[in-house]
Design a protein around this ligand. Structure first.
Ligand SMILES: *[C@@H]1O[C@H](CO)[C@@H](O)[C@H](O)[C@H]1NC(C)=O
Ligand SMILES: *[C@@H]1O[C@H](CO)[C@@H](O)[C@H](O)[C@H]1NC(C)=O
Ligand SMILES: *[C@@H]1O[C@H](CO)[C@@H](O)[C@H](O)[C@H]1NC(C)=O
Ligand SMILES: *[C@@H]1O[C@H](CO)[C@@H](O)[C@H](O)[C@H]1NC(C)=O
Ligand SMILES: *[C@@H]1O[C@H](CO)[C@@H](O)[C@H](O)[C@H]1NC(C)=O
Ligand SMILES: *[C@@H]1O[C@H](CO)[C@@H](O)[C@H](O)[C@H]1NC(C)=O
Ligand SMILES: *[C@@H]1O[C@H](CO)[C@@H](O)[C@H](O)[C@H]1NC(C)=O
Ligand SMILES: *[C@@H]1O[C@H](CO)[C@@H](O)[C@H](O)[C@H]1NC(C)=O
Length: 602
């Protein structure tokens, strides 16, 4: 029998920070912040000699030119952002600007988080925050904008005194960027104008549990404009995620311009104008890195490459086999790079020589995919003519060795999907990060082999699942597929994503090798019209698990009852920032405290 206990006691919901900090105490005093409040900051070694942040015109920068700061404006910026990562100072400058924009232009009135009769704080006799001191306590490492996982301390401490003094300190510029995001989440918009926090005094110390926290967006199955991608990066950063994985090519389209091989996008994109030019690509990488997000580019191979056949048919085996494509690949059009072909090697060398130096300023990683390679496609490969593992495996080893040697020589660290290690039994360098998607057992096997692993089990963190099939079924077989659910149905709601523990299947002595994970947005049925609500706020649920861990400070599974109102509030903040995140509850639930729950454990 289910005992339903209504628990109507109103608990204050207006204390929401997402993801939840490591430690957080707050009071109930109201303080206001003004557009004139000065943000003074000191970079490493400058403590005591605070710079005063210029008082920006908050309309000056738009999302798309956010990096064109007053300080770094003009031609120099343009040249720079194509070839050079932002410095820690530029990241802080941008973060302060962005915090002010959030506070004064992208804030919200929190009526949904108070009972019907709630009145907003009085606007009489306002006490204002006098200043915000931002201090970096140590020198940044040289690669602050593109660190390898675990090499930069993202922790921060935030104190807001009842008298209106604020200090944000961190051991790196990246920590300051995270702390400023938290700072904005303490404030609400007032209906009569202005922004206030009802929470003073505040003391926060915060440090992420996982080093790699990301969203993967597939921009091959559907085309997304640069603006759509930038908006997604904004949301990634606001969730304190630090990785944006761009699955930029696949079987269906090749939208990435490669100057050394211009025919790839000219013929492989859906339309010749639906292309990320080299400038677009550099801008996206810069746009992410200045917000403390490292963009990781994936060119999936040897499978998922059929779009190369549109310009280079000689490189691709089993291209677009119809109608029995499902014998040769996971999704039409089939096609895989030939496995025993010097032409393929020459092509890849040229491709990597062009692309990798353009990635190097902004990232430490390059992802070569390697998922879902169907051995039968090599029956149609005139360079091997076989689907026998014992014949194919040495060629695949050679393929990955060549790729990884070139990636390392270019100064980058390789990332691959789990199949390369677990299905093909390849010997990978100890530096290689292995991204898992199929199961927790796979994560356990990856770390057992000594590799660093990224989690993202499709049963929890695939955001595309549950929309139904995108394939059409002939009437003769249609009944067989009724009611047309996809392979990973049902839809993974936020609670399911939130229930996933990245360390769930991993023995204690190998947990340090799980460096984090990603939620995945495969785009067969997602395009710019629905991408925001497909990713958010479920991506936020994943962000909290990765930042704060799956267990609370008492070692218990995190509670939905605690999370739901905070996630609802995060959703309001995302909406205020122009991201079309879905609601997860009725206002009734967040207005009345804990009435919308089932089951109560005293
Ligand atoms: C709102 O306030 C009025 C007047 O103070 C009171 O009569 C009413 O019961 C309150 N409603 C709620 C939902 O608390
Ligand atoms: C504001 O200050 C005035 C003068 O001290 C006082 O009369 C008034 O009650 C105060 N208002 C509030 C809401 O505290
Ligand atoms: C900075 O580093 C020190 C020394 O390692 C550490 O105690 C502290 O927690 C770190 N974080 C912050 C925000 O100070
Ligand atoms: C608070 O800030 C003001 C203005 O910068 C400064 O004069 C004062 O010393 C600060 N107080 C504390 C306790 O830091
Ligand atoms: C691989 O290619 C070489 C050179 O063309 C050829 O001699 C060899 O037989 C091929 N291997 C297989 C398994 O077909
Ligand atoms: C390999 O190909 C043969 C046909 O040549 C087929 O009968 C067999 O099922 C294939 N093996 C696998 C594992 O699909
Ligand atoms: C990898 O090893 C597993 C287990 O030993 C085996 O089943 C599989 O066929 C191997 N794969 C290849 C490509 O050799
Ligand atoms: C905690 O969550 C895990 C899944 O991550 C689940 O297996 C376990 O049963 C949960 N524990 C409790 C006490 O509910």
């Amino acid at each position: 029998m289910i005992t339903l206990l209504l628990f109507p006691l109103f608990t204050s919901l207006a204390s929401a920070i997402w993801p939840i900090p490591t430690s957080y105490t707050h009071g109930e005093t109201v303080l206001w912040i003004s557009k004139d409040t000065s943000f003074d900051w000191a970079g490493a070694g400058d403590v005591g000699t605070l710079k005063v942040q210029p008082n920006y015109d908050l309309d000056f920068r738009t999302n798309s030119n956010a990096y064109a700061t007053t300080q770094y404006e003009g031609d120099r910026t343009r040249l720079k952002r194509y070839s050079e990562a932002p410095t820690g100072d530029e990241m802080i400058d941008q973060a302060i600007y962005s915090a002010k924009q959030t506070l004064f232009k992208k804030n919200f009135v929190p009526w949904k988080f108070h009972p019907r009769n709630w009145t907003e704080p009085s606007t009489e006799n306002r006490t204002y925050i006098s200043n915000v001191r931002v201090e970096v306590l140590q020198d940044d490492p040289g690669d602050i904008a593109k660190p390898l996982a675990g090499t930069v301390d993202e922790s921060y401490a935030l104190e807001l005194s009842e008298g209106g003094n604020v200090s944000i300190t961190a051991n790196s510029s990246l920590g300051i960027v995270r702390g400023l995001v938290t700072f904005t989440q303490l404030f609400y918009k007032h209906s009569d104008g202005g922004a206030y926090t009802p929470l003073a005094p505040v003391i926060i110390f915060d440090i992420p549990v996982f080093q790699h926290r990301g969203i993967n967006l597939d921009v091959s199955r559907n085309y997304f404009s640069v603006k759509d991608i930038e908006r997604t990066i904004d949301a990634v950063a606001y969730n304190k995620m630090n990785r944006f994985h761009l699955h930029i090519t696949d079987a269906q389209s090749w939208p990435l311009e490669i100057p050394a091989l211009p025919e790839l996008s000219a013929k492989g994109a859906y339309r010749p104008d639906l292309v990320y030019t080299t400038d677009d690509f550099a801008n996206l990488q810069y746009y992410a890195s200045i917000q403390g997000v490292e963009l990781i580019t994936e060119i999936d191979m040897p499978g998922h490459t059929s779009s190369i056949a549109l310009s280079h048919p000689e490189l691709i085996a089993a291209y677009n086999i119809q109608p029995d494509w499902d014998t040769y690949c996971a999704e039409p059009p089939c096609g895989t790079l030939k496995l025993n072909s010097t032409k393929v090697e020459d092509f890849l060398k040229k491709l990597f020589d062009d692309l990798l130096p353009r990635i190097l300023p902004f990232s430490s990683y390059f992802h070569t995919g390697g998922d879902e390679v169907n051995k039968n496609s090599y029956l149609k490969d005139d360079t091997v003519n076989s689907n026998d593992s014992t014949i194919l495996q040495p060629f695949m080893q050679k393929f990955i060795d060549r790729n990884h040697d070139q990636i390392r020589a270019a100064g980058l660290t390789p990332v691959v999907w789990e199949e390369m290690l677990l299905d093909w039994n390849l010997t990978l360098g100890s530096d290689v990060i292995v991204q898992s998607w199929q199961s927790d057992e796979a994560v356990a096997q990856i770390v057992a082999k000594g590799h660093k692993a990224l989690v993202g089990n499709y049963k929890y963190w695939y955001l595309d699942c549950g929309k139904g099939q995108w394939l059409n079924f002939d009437p003769s077989v249609s009944a067989q597929y009724y009611p047309y659910e996809d392979y990973c149905a049902p839809f993974h709601n936020w609670r399911l994503a939130y229930s996933y523990d990245p360390l769930g299947g991993v023995p204690a002595d190998a947990q340090h090798l799980v460096i984090g994970g990603e939620a995945h947005m495969w785009a067969e049925q997602t395009d710019p019209t629905n991408v925001d609500r497909m990713i958010w706020p479920r991506g936020s649920a994943v962000a909290e698990i990765l930042w704060s861990g799956a267990k609370d400070s008492m070692g218990r599974n995190r509670s939905q009852i605690d999370a739901a109102p905070r996630l609802s509030e995060m959703r309001e903040r995302l909406v205020a920032r122009g991201i079309g995140a879905e609601p997860i509850q009725m206002p009734y639930c967040t207005m009345e405290g804990t009435v919308c729950q089932l089951g109560y454990q005293p």
